[in-house]
Design a protein around this ligand. Structure first.
Ligand code: ZN
Length: 105
């Protein structure tokens, strides 16, 4: 996704349009990675480690990444930081080609 470095957009703290820096934030932690019966938990137990055929606990996921074809774009979470007051506003990701035009409020 093409994202401009700065955008002119409304800041609710300044109550006017200001220049705001665009910062991409990560997705954060994954939920439910240590649920009962998960592969991550088995790995922590020590299964699927070492040499040889790991069978059920092998490296490949159930459906490998390149087989999944439903999503071709990525959702990007954006933090807008106001250059006037320094406050940040979070915007959850959308599937867009360009962020600047659509994401302005
Ligand atoms: Zn502001």
């Amino acid at each position: 996704m093409k994202i401009p470095k700065t955008v002119n957009r409304y800041c609710p703290y300044c109550n006017e349009k200001t220049r705001q820096k665009v910062k991409i934030v990560g997705a954060g932690g994954k939920r439910g990675t240590l649920t009962r019966g998960s592969i991550a938990r088995a790995r922590a137990r020590g299964l699927g480690r070492g040499i040889g055929n790991k069978g059920k606990w092998g490296s490949k996921p159930a459906v490998s990444k390149f087989k999944r074809k439903s999503k071709t774009t990525k959702k990007t979470n954006i933090m807008y930081i106001c250059e006037k007051c320094g406050k940040a506003k979070y915007r959850q990701g959308r599937r867009n080609k360009r962020a600047g035009k659509v994401m302005q409020e």
